[in-house]
Design a protein. Structure first.
Length: 582
């Protein structure tokens, strides 16, 4: 945790009211303040008071009833009390300020300490009108005054967990080292066990950091924990070797794996809760020189999947893809390397076509996300349930839409093409570098060229690029060689928005990476009549690519360059994630 004061935080001027709270007599309640501010009326206040359950703050009740939202509460309180609203996004509180306030006290009063200067502690509060909380903090922290700032409740909860997480993890590590728990003892479902608390803290940190994977990796000196965020790995913590082995055993128990078997790889699933929200994990172990590594894939819930519109697809890609997904039959292919977001795009597509009038079935290896209203089947090659065998039987289940996790062999390719030709909409993935090569790959796998030409609707090739952080974006001046590989902006771009190459300088919001989140870079091939003729003729991949270019295909590099010139990704990222033109 950084010891420097937050760059985005400027304390308001000190005065007696800020330090001692308004009206040292009767405390003005939040309901009165919201009525005075015109956010709610007296009738709404009475309704909220009559329905508020014991232990729930009035502000929480008003938000739950939909009468107000969190920013409204924060701004109304700030206006009435004459204080500021603070943006806590990415802010790192000063460690010595956090140390003055116990975590339990900060949680009880829904606040987070931000800084300590000249004996005055600055705190962000969900209810800055709470003079009891201010008095408690002043006494416990041993400061001469408390400056109050308002902030939405969820922002405070998030900032508070980040502020106290490091200390909590260190406490757990020290507790575990002191207790010297034996490996077999972690089978106990005791939430107070240090190793159980440590694993829970680790998973919570991963979810908060938007990590897609958690890597627990033993080495000669200890066990390293790394998180994959936006496609890159970053260090999370280092554990003593004995504690690391306990954590690995705990993870294996959660996934119902054999903790005594350390010589063979194992796979399983686990489920836990983070801040009341269910989190599914796919767990994989692998024996290495220094012990077992464990990789956990953090799986989104079916209700949390992003839509096609939220994936960042360009309009020229999203519209034809959506149109194809509404067709009663045909074949839609998504191609790209592992980790390029193919599954996410297909799941988003399924969300578009899934409704009570259509029977949607999937064949996946593995089933990553459980989708409501969709019949999903896990491929099990060990018992003979392959993609080909599963697809053959799925077609007897009267499907309208079939998702094939991956076309790997001749039989699966033939069955998928035949199914799409005989009245089913088939969605499938294929490992190829670009869209035109996917057509040639189907022919190479033995699928009938006539059926491919008749049933293939479109091919979507995809990569994922890291977004430039919006909070620290600045103009970028890449070297000449990089610009030559990127290519110049199009005339359409110059007319619409103008060239705007940008990069992130690094800030607390992006943890000094300069990037935050990822965006889909795509190449969409629509099957035109001239292209169909070439497919039937078994034309070479080069001729297919040339025809696609004549039909207006925007390549992966061109789409990436377009996004770079718009400032969405860096020029270096555009060149990194897409192949150079052949």
């Amino acid at each position: 945790m950084s010891s420097e004061p937050p760059s985005s935080f400027v304390p308001p001027p000190a005065d007696d009211e800020q330090q001692n709270g308004p009206a040292r007599g009767r405390r003005r309640r939040i309901g009165e303040l919201l009525v005075d501010a015109g956010v709610i009326d007296d009738e709404q206040l009475r309704e909220a008071l009559s329905t508020s359950p014991p232990g729930e703050r009035l502000g929480q009740t008003l938000i739950r009833l939909g009468m107000v939202d969190e920013p409204q509460v924060a701004h109304a309180l700030a206006s009435q009390l004459g204080i500021e609203v603070v943006d806590l996004t990415g802010m790192t509180p000063q460690p010595h300020a956090v140390d003055r306030v116990p975590a339990r006290l900060a949680e009880r009063h829904q606040l987070v300490p931000l800084s300590l200067e000249d004996g005055v502690l600055t705190v962000a509060m969900a209810d800055p009108a709470d003079v009891v909380a201010v008095d408690d903090i002043r006494v416990v922290a041993g400061v001469r005054g408390v400056r109050k700032l308002a902030a939405p409740t969820s922002d405070i909860d998030h900032a508070r967990r980040r502020a106290y997480r490091h200390d909590a993890q260190q406490d757990v590590i020290e507790d575990a080292a002191a207790e010297e728990v034996e490996l077999g003892e972690v089978e106990e479902e005791d939430e107070e066990q240090p190793v159980v608390r440590l694993v829970s803290s680790l998973i919570s940190e991963a979810v908060t950091a938007r990590a897609s994977d958690i890597h627990v990796e033993p080495h000669a000196e200890g066990v390293q924990v790394r998180l994959r965020v936006d496609g890159g790995l970053k260090s999370s913590m280092d554990l003593p070797r004995a504690l690391g082995r306990q954590a690995i055993s705990r993870l294996k128990i959660m996934a119902a794996l054999d903790i005594a078997e350390r010589r063979l790889p194992q796979d399983g699933r686990a489920a836990t809760r983070v801040d009341g929200r269910k989190v599914d994990l796919r767990v994989s172990t692998m024996p290495t020189l220094h012990g077992e590594t464990v990789v956990l894939r953090v799986l989104p819930q079916g209700t949390e999947l992003v839509s096609l519109s939220a994936l960042g697809l360009s309009e020229r890609t999203r519209t034809p893809l959506t149109d194809a997904l509404q067709r009663p039959q045909g074949l839609v292919l998504v191609t790209g390397p592992t980790g390029s977001g193919k599954t996410t795009t297909l799941y988003a597509g399924l969300a578009e076509v899934s409704d009570p009038t259509r029977n949607v079935l999937t064949l996946e290896d593995p089933v990553e996300v459980q989708l409501p209203g969709v019949n999903q089947t896990q491929i099990e090659p060990r018992i003979g349930l392959t993609f080909a065998r599963g697809l053959r039987h799925v077609l007897r289940q009267d499907p309208d839409v079939v998702l094939v996790g991956e076309i790997r062999d001749r039989e699966t390719a033939q069955l998928a093409v035949e199914a799409s030709f005989t009245g089913h909409l088939v969605l499938a993935t294929l490992h190829t570098n670009d869209a035109p090569s996917a057509v040639a790959r189907l022919v190479d796998l033995g699928a009938d060229p006539f059926l491919i030409a008749s049933s293939l609707l479109l091919v979507l090739a995809q990569r994922l690029g890291r977004r430039v952080c919006a909070r620290c974006a600045a103009p970028d001046r890449p070297p000449r060689e990089l610009l030559e590989r990127l290519g110049p902006p199009t005339d359409e771009q110059r007319a619409a928005v103008g060239p705007d190459l940008r990069r992130g300088k690094g800030c607390r919001a992006c943890e000094d990476t300069g990037t935050h989140g990822r965006i889909a870079i795509t190449e969409l091939l629509r099957v035109t009549p001239p292209l169909r003729e070439l497919v039937v003729e078994r034309a070479a991949e080069r001729r297919l690519a040339e025809q696609a270019a004549r039909d207006g295909l925007v390549t992966l590099r061109q789409d990436a360059a377009d996004r770079a010139w718009r400032g969405e990704i860096t020029a270096a990222e555009a060149v990194r994630v897409t192949p150079d033109p052949g």
